[in-house]
Ligand binder design. Structure first.
Ligand code: ADP
Ligand code: MG
Length: 378
């Protein structure tokens, strides 16, 4: 796809011109420290992949390597069918030749320029003809609903509008791939919620391929087609938001993506679908995800707070995984009640409905379906 030329351009990405992204064996060391360690990723055409992980886990470094702003220590990066980095072969396409758009946390909208000039800038930089620039800028501004503010200086618009200018600026040159690095971190909480819906809608409508970096698990789940959870330079799990949340592959992912109860125990029995685990405190429970678990192995079981059911002592809810418990803490949250429960030396966090509140000190029954108890061997 040529970025120049006088034809009328449909913004920003057309059918057949989307690009997939493949990252293979990517490593980046700074001195002795490995920021990215042998990382593999695939992003499909039109897909939004969210890279999520704690601060310092290597998200920005990964994104910068994809953009060509960082030269990796090893690895190959392919955008569409074009290899843009292959360290072994000495291939390294400079960032401005990669046809990517980037949106950063510090959105770096120039305050002394108008909204229009900010968005026109990348087109001028690549030598698009003057007559074509106007059409393309105005089309892009319409996309992000800023066309009426084109003549304002960007210092005269709100934070959310500035972020939209940054988005328009990254879209205007019709990138094959869009990279976002914590683009909403500088916005206040309400605006952040609003903008993530807008970005998601725009992505669905325009179908751009993108990698979106955030440290915020909720944002990741709300915006992603698929999520890659990173820890210490490595990808620990890739999957849909639901799969990552409901079926975490290891204790790191279970603990990082939302709140969970993690119980340590040893495997007593394994069948095809289930395992029986006995915890250090002496609870016996049935859990799924037993594949690969061996009898006698030390494992963890992850149970989400909302998967646990609380009932009065006399009427247990389920057949398996039912234990007597004592309410240690009860916090009314309006839409739900957050409990801390003591069961045989274990402490459980439980979310219950606010229609029935159990007082501190009451004896209750705690129950959970085996299908909502995930066995983790890592
Ligand atoms: N230019 C650099 N020089 C030295 N160390 C760096 C540099 N950039 C990043 N790092 C280190 O690499 C690791 C990953 O950083 P980064 O990719 O920025 O993480 P994240 O974006 O996930 O917070 C961190 O330990 C960070 O200190
Ligand atoms: Mg970062």
């Amino acid at each position: 796809m040529g970025l120049q030329g006088g034809r009328d351009t449909v913004l920003p990405v057309r059918e057949g011109e989307l690009s997939s992204l493949t990252v293979a064996g990517l490593s980046k060391a700074f001195g002795d420290a490995r920021a990215v360690a042998d990382l593999d990723l695939k992003v499909g055409e039109g897909e939004m992949l969210v890279l999520v992980g704690p601060s310092g886990c290597g998200k920005t470094t990964t994104l910068r390597c994809i953009a060509g702003l960082e030269r990796p220590t090893a690895g190959r990066i392919t955008i569409g069918n074009r290899v843009v980095t292959e360290i072994d072969q000495g291939v390294f396409v400079p960032p401005e030749k990669r046809e990517i758009g980037m949106v950063f946390q510090s959105y770096a909208v120039w305050p002394h320029m108008t909204v229009y000039d900010n968005v026109a800038y990348p087109l001028k930089a690549i030598g698009v003809l003057r007559g074509e620039i106007h059409d393309r800028v105005m089309k892009t501004l319409r996309l992000v609903q800023l066309e009426t503010l084109a003549d304002r200086y960007s210092s005269q618009i709100s934070g959310g509008q500035q972020q939209r200018v940054a988005l328009a600026r990254s879209l205007v040159a019709e990138p094959k791939l869009l990279l976002f690095d914590e683009p909403l971190s500088n916005l206040d909480a309400n605006l952040r919620l609003q903008m993530r819906v807008e970005i998601k809608e725009l992505q669905k409508r325009l179908g751009f391929t993108s990698v979106y970096v955030t440290h915020d698990q909720t944002e990741a789940m709300a915006i992603a087609d698929r999520i890659a959870v990173m820890d210490r330079g490595m990808v620990r799990q890739v999957g849909s938001p639901r799969a990552i949340y409901d079926r975490p592959a290891n204790t790191f992912v279970a603990g990082f993506m939302g709140t969970t109860n993690l119980l340590e125990g040893s495997v007593q029995e394994v069948t095809d679908a289930e395992a029986v685990v006995r915890t250090s405190g002496g609870i016996t429970l049935r859990a799924i995800g037993a594949r690969g678990a061996a009898r006698g192995a030390t494992v963890h079981v992850s149970i989400r707070p909302e998967a646990l059911q609380l009932c009065p002592l006399e009427k247990p809810a389920a057949a398996a995984n039912v234990w007597p418990a004592t309410v240690a803490l009860s916090t009314f949250l309006g839409d739900s009640v957050l409990y801390r429960l003591e069961v045989a030396g274990h402490t459980f966090e439980v979310h219950g409905p606010s229609t029935e509140v159990f007082e501190v000190g009451s004896k209750v029954t705690l129950a959970v379906e085996p299908s909502r108890c995930t066995l983790l061997i890592e």
